[in-house]
Ligand binder design. Structure first.
Ligand code: CTP
Ligand code: MG
Length: 171
């Protein structure tokens, strides 16, 4: 595969993950009663397993958004296989994001505290890892290039959300 078709392949794999990771942030603004994924349980260290930033409503909205994006990719590429790949990618993203929160709680960071790189890439690594485990062709160079794109997009969208008054801080 050439680098461009390689990049396109990885982009098609990762777009559902980006939707699954982004949807909860928007949807939870409109949900009054949310339910934490960790059922309020605490870990051995006495702190929350994941914390209030990971909710079942968020997980559900992430799966729905990931599925919608997968369907769009499947239609445009005329390849139904992208539905399965997109679902895997979305589940991996949500697990990766929760793994990130698990790590943050263990090092005593409160919910919402900034953890540079971890906050932006946990979902991405989770998605690629689950796809890889499932036997999907994942290459290092396009993965790294898209990791940089994900980082830049994160900084850009957060700054925009700040300028639009949706966030209090530009990061
Ligand atoms: N969210 C959710 N469920 C998820 C992921 C995200 O409800 N599985 C919502 C929460 O309202 C969360 C927001 O999206 O506050 C932003 O997500 P994220 O930055 O991942 O969570 P944080 O609040 O920063 O919490 P943490 O410190 O655990 O990362
Ligand atoms: Mg956060």
């Amino acid at each position: 595969m050439g680098i461009l078709s390689d990049l396109l392949w990885h982009l098609q794999l990762i777009l559902p993950a980006m939707a699954a990771n982004g949807a909860p942030v928007v949807v939870l603004r409109y949900v009054k009663n949310s339910h934490p994924v960790d059922f309020n349980l605490k870990f051995l260290d006495g702190r929350r397993l994941l914390g209030d930033g990971k909710t079942w409503e968020g997980v559900t909205s992430g799966l729905v958004a990931g599925l919608v994006v997968s369907a769009i990719i499947a239609i445009f590429s005329q390849n139904a296989g992208f539905i399965t790949l997109g679902i895997l990618s979305s589940i991996g993203a949500l697990i990766g994001d929760m793994a990130g929160s698990f790590v943050k709680r263990r090092i005593n960071m409160p919910r919402g505290a900034p953890a540079p790189l971890l906050d932006q890439l946990d979902f991405y690594v989770g998605a690629l890892l689950l796809l890889y485990i499932a036997g999907v062709q994942i290459r290092l160079v396009p993965s790294i290039i898209l990791a940089v794109v994900v980082l830049v997009l994160h900084v850009g969208t957060n700054y925009m959300a700040y300028r639009l008054g949706l966030k209090n801080v530009p990061w």
